[in-house]
Design a protein around this ligand. Structure first.
Ligand SMILES: Nc1ncnc2c1ncn2[C@@H]1O[C@H](COP(=O)(O)OP(=O)(O)OP(=O)(O)O)[C@@H](O)[C@H]1O
Ligand SMILES: [Mg+2]
Length: 288
């Protein structure tokens, strides 16, 4: 048994270190159920989900199409009201959307009547009221250049490809630089090279603020989830979907994409995620 003197010294040390060592909770989802009214009655998409995300964490949500990933993200963004349960973001109950939570929607959600430039400028203007006009312009320019769309800044969303729209939506969320970034399949429509570049841009943005930004991302890409995340949340199929398993990714950062794929830790996580996602590994040949 430890002596009381040591215990006291330990307690003092602990209390001094605590503010530094204790990570604070950025997002707290408690017993959240979401049911939608449909023509056929009530449909429960997700049921009694609880998940805490620490400040500075990068979390991926993966699961089959229709299992409720966007619905769960919606409860964090404030676009979807839980039928039961509570969600807090940065210590405050989520009552609706707010500038502390930037969102890249699955369907890009650009304003079709505004040019690429104005889509980002208007968002920056609304969210970062204290900046001067020059600073806002500089922010828009920097972020449009980072997604290689500066030359397309005067086009309307209807004149862009799917991948280009997605990059505008990413640039818009990055420009606002919120403390919580919610990304719903943000890189799904991008080619492999652009996707890889966007991973680097995302991690640069995360590194900028001493890694204090919290990121929740929906993806169908297992490699992307492992490369970027601290934890991967695997969801069960709906209706009434729950969390199947949470897989930690204890790989050191910065991570080198080419190197980590040979790391046994990576390979184990990859195998585990695949087996959680795929029930059957082989399909019987179809016989006549
Ligand atoms: N507004 C709504 N009204 C009725 N049902 C809805 C509504 N939004 C979602 N759903 C249903 O809830 C379930 C979960 O949908 P959700 O969009 O969250 O899935 P998802 O996991 O994001 O799928 P995907 O990977 O295809 O984007 C689906 O069955 C969907 O039809
Ligand atoms: Mg979705």
């Amino acid at each position: 048994m430890r002596s009381s003197a040591i215990t006291t010294t330990q307690n003092i040390a602990d209390s001094i270190l605590q503010p530094v060592l204790t990570p604070s909770t950025a997002i707290d989802i408690k017993n959240v159920t979401v049911s939608f009214k449909t023509a056929k009655g009530s449909y429960t998409a997700v049921k009694e989900i609880s998940l805490s995300v620490q400040k500075g964490e990068i979390i991926s949500l993966i699961g089959h199409s229709g299992c409720g990933k966007s619905t769960l993200m919606g409860t964090i963004s404030g676009m979807v009201k839980p039928t039961a349960g509570d969600v807090t973001a940065n210590g405050k109950p989520v009552m609706g959307p707010g500038p502390d939570r930037g969102i890249v929607f699955q369907n890009y959600s650009l304003l079709p009547w505004l040019t690429v430039y104005r889509n980002i400028y208007e968002a920056v203007d609304a969210a970062l009221k204290d900046l001067s006009k020059g600073e806002k312009k500089e922010l828009v320019e920097r972020n449009l250049k980072s997604v290689h769309l500066w030359d397309h800044k005067d086009k309307l969303p209807g004149q862009l490809s799917g991948g280009m729209k997605q990059r505008v939506a990413i640039a818009r969320a990055f420009a606002i630089n919120p403390s919580i970034l919610l990304l719903d399949e943000p890189f799904g429509a991008l080619d492999a090279l652009t996707k890889s570049n966007m991973h680097v841009e995302l991690l640069k943005l995360w590194n900028l603020d001493n890694r204090e930004k919290t990121i929740v991302m929906v993806t169908h890409d297992v490699e992307e989830a492992i490369f970027l995340s601290d934890r991967v949340v695997v969801m069960n199929n709906g209706p009434a979907a729950t969390i199947k398993e949470i897989v930690s990714v204890p790989l050191d950062r910065p991570r080198n994409k080419r190197d980590i794929v040979h790391d046994p830790v990576y390979m184990n996580i990859h195998d585990k995620l695949l087996s959680l996602l795929i029930d059957k590994f082989s399909i019987d040949d179809i016989k006549d």
